[in-house]
Design a protein around this ligand. Sequence first.
Ligand code: SAM
Length: 263
Amino acid sequence: MPKASVRMAYAYDRLRAYPPEVAGRIATAIGNALGMRGEEAVLLELGVGTGRIALPLIARGYRYLALDKDPAMLEVFRQKVAGVMRKVRLIEADARAIPLPDESVHGVIVVHLWHLLPDWPKALAEALRVLKPGGVLLEGWDEMEAEEERLIQERWRSLVEAEGVGVVRGLHRKRLEEVEEALKRLGLRPKTKQVVQWREERTLRQALEALEERLYSFTQLVPEEVHERIMPGLWAWAQGEFGDLDRSFTLERSFTLRATRMA
Ligand code: SAM
């Protein structure tokens, strides 16, 4: 397994985690939208990552099929579920070809995946194929906002663009709209609800680390040599601009859930 992807998996786990009470609220909202208790339902998550959505659901007794194409992400997840493995099956596979029979799960969870797949309709068709009649597609997403993050990301963007590389942002939101349109065209009725809003303290160093480790999808198309060239300049700029990089700032975060029940 390449060292870089293991490092990214741990960085993702550290920087994108939910506080325990937020993770609990998300699990409750998913359970309510599904309308089934843990022991009754089988859930499949596409692009499970390191399991921040999965773990509280597994703790509530849901049987969980955890699918991801990246073995590094699954390895971090595997270590976290070691004590409750009997309820969990890890599936290393592509969300566009799910190795499960038709109509075999009660819920399919998708959080921050669609925008990574240019051919997302294939993955959506697969998600709908494996859902039982009356099953629920559960799509979730985070939003986060802070002036300091915005400033750092703008500087990052100008350094990348100075290297002649274009940066595309806003794909995540656009893709969610495209998926919603596709669901409606199928005669389905997606229902969207903000589940929880919270505030978190972040340090400037963590905001820089998230860029360094390319946790945001808008950073992932930048060629490695450009990324390596610009990062020292970004750290130096931030040091000059903010002084103490261990100073914290407040990040406003929220999680939204969209639930779509099959006919
Ligand atoms: N859903 C998790 C969460 O919200 O914490 C992880 C989100 S992370 C941004 C996207 C995950 O999707 C990664 O773990 C990545 O390996 C996985 N992924 C990307 N493309 C995939 C594909 N074609 N099939 C399955 N998993 C994929």
